[in-house]
Design a protein around this ligand. Structure first.
Ligand code: TYD
Ligand code: MG
Length: 454
């Protein structure tokens, strides 16, 4: 007989069933049954000794947490200045983006000052060794293990007592306690729980790799986000060599930092000043190109918007739009025509957002308008300018959210003139003294930022 009896519990209404069901007969929810241990009693009784008592805040004496540099400064920055010992970091990203590469490269420096256990459920020790050789990993104290059983991994951790544990990936782990397949919500949660208990107990830092899909993640890593101390997203187009790492959550630091890398022959190279590299292909001195900043959730992203405005040969002018809402573009064109007298009705307009990004929030209006005005008037928008803000039907520039994040990102990427809605400056005094930040209240003011016609 199986030692750990499990049951299936509906995560919507709590209905218990001995078998998995596709639909809960009680509440009718689909795919809501999750496997759980039938008897958590033994777990409770083991902990019965240490009953938590309330403690007075100012009397608490806690040791400063220890941070270790990963040897990769872009990663350190995102982690808030290095990895905190005893913490659990989830590194998620699409398959093939470079998670294993990044963590392997991290072993190079960390292996010099401590013991690392690299557990892989996806690659053999030979494959790992070959990759390490290719990446030029030094002779640090790095151990490799191919294992997918959660209990076996924690057992090995207890034996080796490493400073850093890397689990690649959390979706491959399974525990004997459950019958569900590796990668199921139950298994992934159980693995993360067991490992975070180990991390807190041993003060080892644990990196969990989690794969997500294009839509932002099936059950696996998403359900882990609240269980871990930091969540890092590794993203980028696989067809392009740039990779960005961002913190989505960080209990030990800010979530507004990004780290930029380039994937090459010998793994990932840091890009300490991404402003030039990210916008490297941006044409210089050409009308119609403008930089804009949009928020992707809580993440600011800077991109280039291009537009081509040419005399039409058709009875009704042609308009195409890639990466921006077509109707919103038509609306902005109408505003520019009506309020600024620019005769777009006689021109074809082609708008494109570079890098395949989709701009879906009002903050992109100002940069799109600036690009259109530049394209229409043949006056160049200088490289150091970036704009964000919403445009109203009267041509007024309206406030947008997350101004602070966007400005920080723009400053980090090296822009020296940041055009933002005037009302945002009024409300948020931190920007009043900043010479880089220029507030505008009407689209007319955009003209003063464009260079003279050649
Ligand atoms: P990998 O780190 O295995 O991705 P993940 O763990 O996120 O699934 O590597 C991703 C890709 O990077 C892989 O397709 C090959 C490429 N790559 C390089 O271009 N150069 C290198 O030095 C390495 C190690 C990988
Ligand atoms: Mg991998």
């Amino acid at each position: 007989m199986k030692e750990n009896k499990t049951v299936f519990v509906c995560n919507q209404c709590g209905n218990i069933s001995v078998k998995w069901k596709g639909r809960c007969p009680e509440c009718g929810a689909w795919d809501s049954f999750e496997e759980e241990l039938a008897d958590r009693g033994s777990v409770k009784s083991a902990k019965a000794g240490d009953v938590a008592v309330p403690q007075k805040l100012h009397q608490l004496n806690v040791p400063e947490y220890i941070r270790k540099s990963t040897g990769i400064s872009e990663l350190d920055r995102v982690l808030g200045g290095g990895v905190v010992m005893g913490s659990v970091v989830l590194l998620s990203g699409e398959p093939g983006i470079g998670k294993s590469t990044l963590l392997m490269q991290m072993c190079d420096r960390l292996g010099q000052s401590g013991t690392i256990l690299y557990v892989s459920g996806e690659e053999s020790v030979t494959q790992l060794k070959l990759r390490a050789d290719r990446l030029g990993i030094g002779d640090g104290d790095v151990y490799l293990l191919t294992e997918t059983n959660t209990e076996a991994i924690t057992e090995q951790c207890e034996k080796l007592s490493p400073d850093i544990v890397i689990i690649d990936s959390v979706q491959t782990l399974y525990s004997d306690k459950f019958t569900s397949a590796p990668g199921s919500v139950t298994q992934v949660k159980e693995a993360a729980l067991a490992l975070s208990v180990y991390a807190k107990k041993s003060n080892a830092a644990i990196f969990l790799v989690g794969h997500i899909n294009k839509e932002g993640g099936i059950s696996g890593p998403k359900t882990l986000e609240h269980m871990v101390d930091a969540v890092l997203y590794f993203e980028g187009e696989r067809t392009q060599s740039y990779r960005i790492i961002r913190a989505i959550k960080n209990r030990y630091g800010s979530t507004n930092e990004i780290g930029v890398f380039e994937m090459g022959e010998r793994g990932l190279t840091e890009i300490p000043n991404p402003s030039e590299t990210m916008l490297a292909e941006r044409p210089k001195g050409v009308s119609g190109s403008c930089a804009g900043c949009v928020m992707e959730g809580s993440r600011p992203i800077i991109t280039e918007i291009q537009s081509l405005v040419s005399k039409t040969a058709y009875p009704s002018p042609k308009r195409t739009c890639d990466g921006f809402d077509y109707n919103r573009m038509c609306l902005l064109i109408a505003v520019l025509e009506k309020r600024m007298g620019l005769r777009f009705s006689e021109c074809d307009v082609y708008l494109n957002v570079a890098g395949g990004l989709r701009l879906e929030e009002p903050g992109a209006d100002l940069s799109v308008a600036l690009s259109l005005i530049s394209g229409m008037t043949d006056r160049v928008c200088p490289d150091d300018i970036i704009a964000f803000g919403e445009i109203g039907l009267a041509g007024e520039v309206r406030a947008v959210s997350h101004v602070e994040y966007r400005i920080k990102e723009a400053l980090r990427l090296g822009f020296s003139r940041i055009i933002i809605p005037e009302s945002c400056i009024g409300k948020r005094s931190p920007f009043l003294g900043k010479s880089e930040v220029k507030g505008i209240s009407n689209i007319f003011q955009l003209l003063s930022f464009l260079s003279d016609k050649k």
